[in-house]
Design a protein around this ligand. Structure first.
Ligand code: CTP
Length: 418
């Protein structure tokens, strides 16, 4: 490992402020006789010459005290995790973690670990895969030196993923999803020793907490081809143990691909999740919402998809009036409509959705509430009703100008007064 190669990686693969911060942190650590390392995914990405998504630093001392001083005069948001003696900084969207070198014991499978003091070797041993269990020294005396006590480099060269010990997935079943994700992202195989452990321990996935499970699935959706990971999850029983009613097959893979063709490479997790639930009934979708402890917006998207599916027959009608189409679709979230468009196999449903998206959704009456009051209506809930009537008339082409709308309102006022 050579110091120059590391310097050029930090300079060329990281945003300049992260590069500066890491080098500054290294100087500070050295001045206090502390050892600082790059660890985890960043080392893996360095060795593979890929751009890292975040940075993981390990200090052989209390990371919180060190990090607080490091970020003292910076504008970045810093979060302290006292339980783990860790600190996380958000540097213009780039996450930099500083952890205290530690080993861990896992009291109960799937629950958070308890933290013990430890050194870098022990710290690396607590990690998920050998390829993520390497560190690179940032200390001046051996800057760039690779610490690889578990032969991660060999795995990396052979393109395989293996856990460090047979209880790894039991310690943290969320690693099962991570295995599938890295395997797809890096094109690595799951090693002959590790695959049986994964299959053996897949039944422990229900022990993963809701938020962590959603985090893992969201990470899957952020990969380039999430469908390949879901297909592997189906094959290995991981999907069934995670979301009992979800199914990954050719239909789903085709729909995910089509979503990217239509909406671009960065399809939102909302759209992917709607597609994953597209073939569920309402109680099944509700149980998924509960299992993943989904927030308001995601739950609304899934519920809207269910609602749209319940109205599929009506949306499949050529004679549907524009005002009815509007009333069916206007209350739905954008992502539910986008997902339903992809999931709909019927051209007429798609045509109606497009009509709403391209034309109807932007239609507004010429008159506003204040105009109705000026024309003689009393303020109150009635105003909303008349505005809705005007919108429907405009959608159905029964009024086409401000004058038409004023005529209608005047007639309506006269009717109300008789
Ligand atoms: N890690 C672990 N077990 C987990 C989660 C994380 O051992 N369940 C360790 C791994 O060593 C990992 C590091 O913590 O490399 C950082 O985790 P994370 O940022 O989630 O992963 P990265 O390896 O950085 O991968 P990505 O590129 O997906 O961010």
């Amino acid at each position: 490992m050579n110091a120059e190669k590391l310097r050029s990686f930090l300079k060329n693969r990281l945003p300049p402020e992260i590069n500066r911060l890491i080098l500054h942190a290294a100087e500070r650590a050295a001045s206090q006789n502390l050892y600082l390392y790059l660890a985890g995914g960043m080392v893996r990405d360095f060795l593979l010459d890929k751009t890292p998504k975040d940075a993981d630093l390990v200090l052989t001392a209390n990371a919180i005290l060190f990090g607080q001083k490091l970020f003292e005069k910076t504008p970045y948001k810093v979060t302290l995790h006292h339980r783990f003696n860790n600190l996380s900084a958000d540097i213009n969207g780039f996450k930099l973690d500083i952890t205290s070198a530690r080993s861990e014991i896992y009291p109960v499978p799937g629950k958070l670990p308890e933290v013990l003091e430890g050194d870098i070797r022990a710290d690396l041993f607590r990690r998920d895969f050998k390829i993520n269990a390497m560190a690179i020294s940032l200390s001046p005396q051996d800057f760039g030196h690779l610490a690889d006590p578990y032969n991660g480099l060999t795995d990396l060269k052979q393109g395989k993923l293996s856990v460090l010990h047979p209880k790894s997935f039991q310690d943290d079943p969320s690693r099962i999803w991570r295995a599938l994700r890295y395997s797809e992202r890096l094109g690595f195989s799951i090693s002959g020793d590790t695959l049986p452990l994964l299959l053996r321990d897949a039944h422990l996935i229900p022990l993963i907490g809701s938020d962590r499970l959603w985090y893992e699935i969201e990470c899957v959706f952020k990969e380039a081809k999430p469908e390949n990971i879901l297909l592997k999850a189906e094959e290995t029983g991981v999907l069934r143990n995670s979301l009992p009613f979800a199914k990954a097959d050719k239909w789903l893979a085709d729909k995910f691909t089509e979503a990217r063709e239509i909406y671009g490479e960065n399809v939102s997790p909302e759209i992917y999740l709607c597609l994953l639930t597209a073939r569920m009934d309402s109680p099944q979708a509700d149980s998924l919402i509960t299992r993943l402890h989904l927030g308001k917006h995601l739950s609304a998207c899934l519920k809207d998809c269910q609602y749209l599916a319940e109205h599929r027959e009506e949306l499949d009608m050529a004679a549907l009036s524009p005002s009815r189409l509007y009333s069916l679709l206007a209350k739905c979230t954008k992502e539910a409509l986008q997902a339903f468009y992809v999931s709909a196999d019927n051209p007429l449903v798609r045509k109606n959705l497009l009509l709403f998206h391209e034309r109807l959704s932007a239609v507004k009456p010429y008159l506003k509430g204040a105009d109705l009051i000026a024309l003689g209506f009393a303020p109150g809930p009635n105003i909303k009703t008349i505005l809705a009537e005007l919108l429907n008339l405009k959608l159905d082409g029964k009024v086409s100008s401000r004058i038409d709308e004023i005529d209608y309102v005047k007639r309506r006022l006269a009717d109300d007064q008789t």
